[in-house]
Design a protein around this ligand. Structure first.
Ligand code: ADP
Ligand code: MG
Length: 250
């Protein structure tokens, strides 16, 4: 690995310790009022928001480290159930935008209940009951990062709904994330996977984001030996679908 990349990865790695200190400090203030003093409702609310954002930052730091590993083609396979994979990913995702929903997802036990909560947020989850508890052998950090990026984009660009579909056939996992937004004209279908590329907003509004997400997703998918397809026409939404080979159980 070249020296410059090692330095950047080391810097990212070193962010982990101070972030852990911040996280545990806030947690202590919230959980041990008998030791650190009582908190008013407003103070609690501020600290909860700070804690959520600290956790989001921790996830991002881990994502950055994961991409570093990907550049070195390091894959960590593990058996994980599809239910945990999706619940945990959705919790991380909603922690960013709507903590109420993420708290509700944390307490839900049935697939039907999860589907209901998601539907209230314009998210349709399509997976059959039989497949839901099944375990698959995957690199958990990488697949979560892929999903989070695709669903985040879909939520950002949708008009009213996002559909997540999960299926498994033979030894392949099929995932797709579809929205009903403005879509992506076919001339840009290759370009959007390049770093820092963003389409201009139609109404001239400033473009949010960084244009790095899909470039990272592509690297991660390639690392997992998978394929990523984009189907989209201007004005007709976008569908990103992913086909991943599932290695035999470890
Ligand atoms: N679901 C989508 N619908 C429409 N455009 C999209 C969608 N996902 C990605 N794009 C376009 O691709 C660009 C790159 O996406 P991405 O790499 O995730 O960067 P970012 O989200 O930081 O802008 C976006 O700026 C947007 O123009
Ligand atoms: Mg993005």
């Amino acid at each position: 690995m070249d020296r410059k990349k090692i330095k950047i990865d080391l810097l990212i790695h070193d962010l982990k310790v101070p972030l852990a200190v911040v996280e545990s400090g806030i947690t202590l203030l919230l959980q041990k009022p008998e030791k650190y003093g009582p908190l008013t409702a407003t103070q609690k609310k501020v600290l909860m928001r700070t804690l959520r954002n600290t956790r989001v930052t921790q996830t991002l730091v881990n994502d950055a480290l994961e991409l570093g590993k990907s550049r070195e083609s390091i894959v960590n396979l593990k058996n994980i159930s599809l239910s945990s994979l999706f619940e945990e990913t959705l919790i991380e995702l909603f922690d960013l935008v709507d903590s109420n929903t993420s708290e509700r997802i944390k307490t839900c036990t049935e697939l039907s209940e999860l589907k209901e909560i998601l539907a209230e947020n314009g998210l349709v989850l399509i997976i059959n009951e039989e497949l839901w508890p099944q375990k698959v052998c995957l690199d958990e950090a990488k697949i979560k990062q892929i999903l989070r990026n695709l669903v985040n984009n879909a939520l950002k660009y949708r008009k009213s709904f996002v559909e997540i579909k999960v299926d498994k056939k033979d030894d392949h996992l099929f995932l797709s994330v579809k929205d009903d937004g403005e879509g992506i004209p076919s001339v840009f279908h290759k370009k959007i996977f390049k770093s820092y590329f963003q389409l201009e907003a139609k109404d001239g509004a400033p473009v949010r984001g960084s244009g790095l997400g899909l470039a990272g997703v592509m690297i991660l998918v390639e690392d997992l030996g998978g394929k990523l397809f984009l189907e989209s026409e201007e004005g007709e939404g976008a569908e990103f679908s992913l086909e991943l080979p599932l290695p035999k159980k470890t």
